[in-house]
Design a protein around this ligand. Structure first.
Ligand code: COA
Length: 146
């Protein structure tokens, strides 16, 4: 398996992965072309795991960066359903952390989703948001300082 920066050609596969990983999602439940259009401007900030084909990916967004502080977010992390629980998600997060390099990393995870996955990687809960992605849903803010 290789982890590398995403290319335009990866977006169809990645859109398919997001559509099956996030069935209830404002963007990813739209049709494939709309998902590709949403992802295209984010290409520069996207990494993918590849094993003959794209099997997972995520987006790295740095929101604040100056000499004393850096705040980044890992967003839209997903692994193809048939490739989950094989360490791919862990490798994607580790590579994202390597690219980010320093500072604070934040992830937002809906309650009942992959919170345990991030805890195992050293992320701890720092807050909770209500009605964030969907009404009546709590999203936990998890963070890690690297
Ligand atoms: C969450 C996700 C990215 C994890 O990737 P993965 O490749 O399946 O995870 P790994 O194989 O690296 O798992 C590492 C550890 O986390 C645990 N884990 C993985 N997914 C988990 C989940 N959804 N809930 C709880 N624990 C989870 C694994 O059991 C494993 O534990 P172990 O090391 O003790 O065996 C993947 O399951 C996925 O795409 N899920 C659907 C989308 C999603 O929930 N994305 C994250 C929220 S933004």
């Amino acid at each position: 398996m290789e982890i590398r920066k995403a290319a335009k050609e990866d977006l169809t596969d990645l859109a398919g992965i997001y559509k099956s990983a996030f069935e209830k999602h404002l963007i990813f439940e739209k049709d494939e072309q709309e998902v590709i259009d949403y992802l295209t401007p984010k290409l520069n900030n996207m990494i993918v795991a590849v094993d003959g084909r794209v099997i997972g990916g995520c987006i790295i967004k740095t929101e604040i960066e100056n000499t004393s502080h850096k705040l980044s977010r890992i967003q839209h992390l997903a692994v193809a359903p048939e490739m989950q629980s094989m360490g791919v998600g862990t490798e994607l997060v580790k590579e994202a952390e390597k690219i980010i390099g320093r500072g604070k990393i934040e992830v937002r995870v809906a309650e009942g989703e992959a919170i345990e996955f991030y805890r195992k990687l050293g992320y701890t809960q720092e807050g909770a948001l209500t009605n964030h992605y969907r009404k009546n849903e709590t999203v936990l803010v998890l963070g890690k300082n690297i």
